[in-house]
Design a protein around this ligand. Structure first.
Ligand code: NDP
Length: 602
């Protein structure tokens, strides 16, 4: 029996606590399996055939590790700054990063295309809709690569195995799994926060006898159909299971529901599903945009999404709605303070946050009741946590998929799938025979730009050693003892997760400015001083500056899977305390007026 829906804020808080406690696992993030050894095939590239080639032994001015949007925008800005000799290296068979890999049915970005797609003005591209699908995003990545000629010299289907600083000649030596030895004056690391699939650590997962793949390696050959939405005819007679109900599964489920003979969705924690409201871009309005519009939209979105004020909400979506509700409630409560004896401070901000969040989450739960016909299924699909405890989702067909006769929600009430065997999956005490099992179990999360290859800096110190007590950097970009290395990450910078590419376009301008200055001034080495790095880390090292969700949240990667974050975890996920817009403004001054304070050019 499910408990009654709470009717008071206290009862709601208690329900949140109970639901969270069900989901806490002592093993935290270690509950997941890394796709190595017997699971290595889960990583294989379904999109290109590996072609053998001779190793490359040469030198470039800048090597860009990663051909996703981080590497692409850095490459674009470096080209604009006149750097000709660039090379992208990526384990994928082409550019696009997460959008290269994730071609599952329904893939779409939840951040509005006008701000998510980088360099729209530079490439002259008008997005087709407010939110665009994965294929259009991948095309845009290719468009940037073409516009800036970033593929000619690239090494694709090539995994970097180590990068090593050679002090005697001020070069990085990059080694790869193809036997390449590429020397580079500068290295830009754009390896992304969510690039490696993780598998659920469910007993027996290796024994499943049917078809099994991770969403980021969709097997179109098996399912039939294509990313543009053509029916997956291969599933017409199949019993399909999907493990996971995160942002990916929410997009996949309506398509599987439409095409599979039967679909079983194995749920551990329901996602919050807000309205999507997609629509085509108005071409007339787009044509009237003034030069410089994208930067204006980016700052407008970042401002409103992080609690600031602006005359107009240009993007107007679920992200800006959440933040503006909280902000407006803070303002309202503050205006009611006079004469009440209460002080403006953290307690009032927490109250404003909770009240506006309760209102929002009540709407989200009411939407489940409105859209899902079976009351038991609707009850199981309601999320009992604050909206920003887990990644908010936005979809207009997901919840309705459960009204179909061929779709079963297998709710495990926080426990997860019990077992997998040769013929199927056991969950919530029942075995379900399956032909196909889709793993929508997410990705290894590296908010700090830590790559899997070894990075060896001055004096043989590795990045792992330098960051043993947590990430250390200046602006999230430079790290002491690792000259001429640029990190393109989120952590220790703006850490704007609602629009990941914005972090990259800003970092790209800094990288291009620093590299040009080094080349113009004849410096062969650029390095952040130890003092500047320490000062930056000290500024970020404040309680609460790390994860988005706190330990009271239901577990997920937003709150370190519910484990209290120590200093190390906090630094790895730290953000500039004054917020993204203040960070971007400070960085603009730093690169245009500040003489690159904290860096030494020698
Ligand atoms: P997530 O990590 O968000 O979701 C993984 C899912 O697998 C969760 O529902 C998790 O449950 C479930 N799971 C894990 N282990 C088990 C188990 N043993 N039994 C049952 N269920 C299990 O991965 P996604 O790929 O969905 O999303 C990752 C991120 O990628 C998103 O947060 C987002 O940042 C990004 N993304 C963005 C999209 C967009 O812009 N539209 C689309 C897709 C992804 P539990 O919640 O209980 O841990």
């Amino acid at each position: 029996m499910r408990p009654e829906d709470p009717t008071t804020p206290e009862a709601l808080r208690e329900r949140y606590r109970l639901e969270r406690d069900k989901r806490l696992r002592p093993e935290g993030a270690d509950q997941y399996l890394d796709p190595t050894g017997p699971f290595a095939h889960f990583l294989e590239d379904p999109w290109v055939e590996r072609i053998e080639r001779d190793p490359v032994h040469d030198e470039v001015t800048v090597a860009l590790i990663g051909g996703g949007f981080a590497g692409l925008v850095a490459g674009a800005r470096l080209r604009e700054a006149g750097v000709e000799d660039l090379r992208i290296i990526d384990s994928a068979g082409g550019v696009g990063g997460v959008w290269y890999w994730n071609r599952y049915p329904g893939a779409m970005c939840d951040t509005a295309a006008m701000v998510y797609l980088p360099l729209l003005e530079e490439t002259g591209h008008m997005p087709s809709a407010k939110y665009v699908g994965g294929a259009e995003i991948l095309d845009h990545a290719r468009r940037i690569a073409e516009r800036y000629d970033l593929c000619d010299n690239a090494l694709f289907s090539t995994e970097v195995t180590s990068i090593r600083w050679e002090d005697h000649r001020d070069r990085w030596l990059i080694s790869t799994d193809r036997g390449d030895r590429v020397a580079a004056r500068f290295v830009v690391m754009g390896t992304g926060p969510l690039n490696r699939p993780k598998l659920p650590g469910i007993p027996g997962i290796e024994t499943f006898g049917g078809k099994c793949f991770h969403t980021s390696r969709w097997d179109w050959g098996y399912t039939g159909g294509d990313p543009s939405g053509a029916p997956m005819v291969g599933l017409a007679d199949k019993r399909v299971g999907i493990i996971g109900t995160g942002a990916t599964a929410v997009q996949v489920v309506p398509h599987l529901a439409r095409d599979a003979a039967e679909l079983f969705v194995f749920q551990r924690t329901p996602s919050s599903i807000d309205v999507r409201g997609n629509h085509p871009i108005d071409a007339d309005r787009f044509a009237r945009l003034e030069p410089g519009w994208q930067q204006e939209w980016l700052l407008n979105f970042a401002t409103l999404q992080t609690g600031g004020f602006a005359e107009e909400d240009l993007v107007e979506d679920g992200w800006t709605d959440i933040a503006q509700r909280i902000r407006d409630r803070v303002v309202q409560l503050a205006s009611e303070l006079q004469g009440s004896g209460e002080q403006f401070g953290p307690a009032l901000i927490t109250r404003a946050y909770e009240e506006s969040d309760d209102e929002k989450m009540n709407e989200i739960r009411a939407r489940v009741d409105d859209l899902v016909e079976d009351p038991g299924t609707a009850a199981a699909l309601k999320p009992w946590y604050r909206q920003l405890c887990k990644r908010p989702c936005f979809h207009d067909e997901y919840l309705q998929a459960y009204n179909r006769a061929n779709v079963t929600l297998v709710d495990t009430d926080g426990a997860g799938v019990e077992r997998i065997d040769r013929t199927g999956v056991t969950a919530a005490g029942r075995h379900h025979d399956l032909d196909c099992l889709v793993l929508a179990s997410g990705f290894e999360v590296n908010i700090s730009p830590r790559a899997r290859y070894e990075t060896v800096g001055c004096g043989g110190t590795t990045l792992e050693q330098h960051w043993a007590d947590g990430m250390r950097s200046l602006h999230g970009t430079h790290t002491h003892g690792f000259p001429n290395l640029f990190l393109m990450g989120l952590s220790q910078g703006a850490n704007l997760v609602s629009n990941v590419t914005h972090n990259y376009t800003e970092a790209a301008s800094r990288v291009a400015a620093v590299v040009s200055h080094a080349l113009d001034s004849g410096a062969t080495r650029v390095e952040v001083t130890s003092e500047a790095e320490q000062a930056w880390v000290d500024q970020l090292d404040v309680e609460g500056a790390g994860f988005i969700g706190n330990a009271e949240c239901t577990p997920g990667y937003y709150n370190n899977e519910g484990r209290p974050a120590g200093r190390r975890e906090r630094l790895n996920a730290a953000r500039y305390p004054a917020g993204p817009v203040a960070f971007f403004n400070a960085m603009h001054r730093w690169r245009t007026e500040g003489g690159f304070e904290g860096l030494e050019f020698t």
